[in-house]
Design a protein around this ligand. Structure first.
Ligand code: UD1
Ligand code: CA
Length: 447
């Protein structure tokens, strides 16, 4: 049986009051429409059809080839939106799953249940409902005396009695495809001037066909985002889901409520995440690390048993047993080998630090390579930029750079060399040599 998803993503989302199309607003770092796509992909390997309109170009850019796009030029309602997929899917799908892109917490599991229920249904559709005290403007489910679904009434068209109904339409459906295309052609124009997908229910019931409904137990899944208050609710719901997933895999979160972990982050067992920590982007953290508090890590790869306290790291790689902070900053291209120690107020960018290198206090290391076991004294600066170009500093192994040394690049410091405190080094220093002064001159061969 061929199952294809249709994701509705053409609406403007006026109530968001935003220049950004609603479906591109991020939840835990990923646009809402991305979340909808992830759920739809659980159900079928067929590439989903996405109905786009408002902000279409932006949606295309974000989703790329993961969906087939159909443009709904005029936004004439959810029924009209689904109808736009007919020419793409007619004759090429047995079941059609329809979901909305403003429900980022709806899971693939729930969508699978819709499909399974519809497979067993003699009638043409299965829908998803929820029972809730706060109706949030959702359509109300009207049931017949025998308990079967009779209709969905939109809030704008509901009588007071209907408004009091606590069973609501979540907005995800599985349809028999052939029946759906026929039914959409019969959907009447609503008082609001839209063609409602929800009117297909009454059409089925009038024809004596059975509409199945399954009721969502986890209310969080039905958080639909129409304004920024809902967006914050969705963010909190997703954050909690992601955090629980990590805790169940053996990661300690001291305070999940103040731990912010992106959708693509991987963390190894027995790592402890302290409060007020943000892990974002394509970040991978190894086992047995201690991260935070007050730490931001974006797009980094971090080995096992690292300790990172109150620091900001972006696009950096750390091997095992690196310890850092408080107040260290790693920027793009920082590579810290095994056992590197970085203390407070250090910054490293586009540099390779060898095994066991120590940068204890107040240093800037940019465009440099530093050999194993070298010690960088407090206040050392690689003067890498001459106002036009960046230059490289190469420091050998077992070097001792004295406090407050200025290393004016391009520059090479040989293995086991030393510099005196306050040296301004403008010329290469050979191995086993001590250099002092301003500008520094090599004064004697060591050993
Ligand atoms: C819809 C349902 C309502 C349900 C609610 C749950 C209808 C008529 N009503 O109402 O019963 O309780 O969802 O969230 O379906 N869209 C298009 N093209 C359009 C109009 C909408 O693509 O012409 C898309 C939107 O981008 C959105 C989805 O369809 O992803 C739902 O539209 P929205 O206007 O948010 O419908 P609701 O009023 O929330
Ligand atoms: Ca909505």
């Amino acid at each position: 049986m061929k199952i294809t998803s249709i994701i509705l993503a053409a609406g403007q989302g006026t109530r968001m009051k935003s220049d950004l199309p609603k479906v591109l607003h991020p939840v835990c770092g990923k646009p809402m429409v991305w979340h909808a796509l992830q759920a739809a992909r659980v159900v079928s390997e067929e590439v989903p059809v996405m109905i786009i309109g408002h902000g279409a170009d932006g949606v295309r850019d974000v989703i790329g080839s993961a969906a087939r796009f159909v443009v709904q030029a005029e936004r004439l309602g959810t029924g009209h939106a689904v109808q736009q997929a007919e020419s793409t899917l007619k004759g090429d799908a047995d079941l059609v799953l329809v979901s909305q892109s403003d429900m980022p917490l709806l899971t693939g599991d729930t969508l699978s249940k819709l499909v399974e229920t519809q497979k067993a249904n003699s009638g043409p559709m299965t829908m998803l409902t929820i029972i809730a005290d706060d109706p949030r403007g959702f359509g109300r489910i009207v049931r017949a005396d025998d308990g079967s679904v009779k209709a969905i009434v939109e809030e704008a068209d509901a009588t007071d009695a209907e408004k009091a109904i606590k069973e609501l339409n979540v907005g995800a459906y599985c349809f028999d495809a052939d029946w759906l295309w026929g039914a959409l052609a019969e959907v009447p124009l609503s008082a609001k001037g839209e063609y409602y997908l929800t009117d297909t229910v009454a059409l089925a019931v009038e024809a004596g066909l059975r509409v199945e409904a399954i009721t969502l137990e986890n209310a969080v899944e039905a958080i639909g985002v129409n304004n920024r208050i809902h967006l914050a609710e969705a963010e909190a719901g997703m954050r909690s889901r992601v955090n629980r997933g990590h805790m169940l895999k053996g990661i300690t979160l001291i305070d999940p409520a103040s731990t912010y972990i992106g959708m693509d982050v991987e963390i190894g067992q027995d790592t402890v995440i302290q409060p007020n920590t943000f892990l974002r982007g394509e970040t991978k953290i190894g086992e047995g690390c201690e991260i935070g508090p007050n730490t931001i890590i974006i797009d980094c790869e971090i080995g096992d048993r690292c300790e990172i306290l109150s620091s900001v790291l972006e696009k950096a790689i750390l091997e095992d047993n690196v310890d850092m902070g408080p107040f260290a900053r790693l920027r793009k291209g920082a590579y810290l080998s095994k056992g590197v120690h970085m203390g407070n107020f250090g910054e490293v960018k586009d540099s390779h630090l060898g095994k066991g290198v120590k940068v204890g206090h107040f240093s800037y290391i940019g465009n440099a390579t530093i050999g194993a076991e070298t010690n960088i004294g407090a206040g050392t600066i690689t003067c890498n930029y001459d106002g036009e170009n960046k230059h490289h500093t190469k420091i050998g192994e077992d070097v001792f750079i004295g406090s407050d040394t200025m290393l004016v690049a391009p520059l090479e410091i040989g293995d086991r060399a030393r510099t005196g405190a306050g040296a301004v080094v403008t010329k290469n220093v050979k191995e086993d040599t001590l250099a002092v002064g301003m500008p520094a001159r090599s004064i004697k061969k060591l050993k």
